[in-house]
Design a binder for this molecule. Structure first.
Ligand SMILES: N[C@@H](CCC(=O)N[C@@H](CS)C(=O)NCC(=O)O)C(=O)O
Length: 223
């Protein structure tokens, strides 16, 4: 098996996608944390867009979280997550792309300084979750029913952060009236791979980071 090193920033949901996949597969890996505010030269040499995650495979860098997920799936010992049928594979890839766009909006909601902007983004996010809700199966609480899929790995970090955002500002009601999405969120947040893929105090650290950025939802967080 090749040696795997995940180049990481501890609060990054895109890194967490890769860490969830590694945890689900039970693979051994090292983590190298970098400071995104002060990117080292060795990092910029392997990540042309300057973003984490990067997965180093025996020293070869792979960047872009969705590509890393696919690499890990293709090299799994057993239990591939992407199905054999090309249409079913395309469906997972297209919803992962959709979710990646939601992640950008979720970050804007967490860091926006004005309440009005936060409320508008919350409305847009509710629309996206309604769309996802229509795709969820009628039985089981995961994207694939009882089966964990790559879509689950891709969305878990953002469902986790938006749940933390709601703890700070319950009136956001991001999942109100969407029982299937709530069950999906609860199942993913309770999964060992979700908890094991982050530093244990990330919720508190993220709250302080958002407060320092002037985020409206974090206005009451103690610094
Ligand atoms: N499309 C990229 C997005 C990764 C991304 O935006 N990572 C953020 C941290 S969460 C980053 O590295 N930002 C650094 C920067 O933009 O300077 C992926 O899926 O890997």
């Amino acid at each position: 098996m090749p040696s795997l090193t995940l180049v990481s920033f501890d609060a990054c949901p895109f890194v967490q996608r890769a860490a969830i996949m590694l945890q689900e597969q039970g693979r051994a890996y090292d983590i190298k944390y970098i400071d995104l505010a002060n990117k080292p030269d060795w990092f910029l040499a392997i990540s042309p867009s300057g973003t984490v995650p990067v997965l180093e495979v025996d020293g070869t860098p792979i960047f872009e979280s969705a590509v890393i997920l696919e690499y890990l799936d293709e090299t799994a010992d057993e239990g591939r997550l992407l199905p054999d049928d090309p249409i079913e594979r395309a469906k997972q890839r297209m919803w992962i792309t959709y979710i990646s766009k939601i992640m950008a909006k979720a970050w804007q909601l967490q860091s926006a300084k004005e309440e009005e902007k936060v409320r508008a983004l919350a409305g847009e996010l509710r629309g996206h979750f309604e769309e996802l809700s229509k795709q969820l199966p009628s039985t089981g609480s995961l994207w694939g029913g009882d089966r964990f899929t790559m879509v689950d790995a891709a969305i878990a970090p953002i469902l986790q952060r938006l749940t933390w955002a709601e703890t700070l500002e319950p009136s956001l009601a991001l999942f109100e009236g969407m029982p299937k999405v709530v069950a999906w969120r609860d199942a993913l947040l309770a999964r060992p791979s979700t908890t094991a893929s982050i530093v244990h105090d990330l919720e508190q650290r993220s709250g302080r980071m958002l407060k320092n950025l002037g985020g409206w939802i974090a206005r009451n967080v103690e610094s």
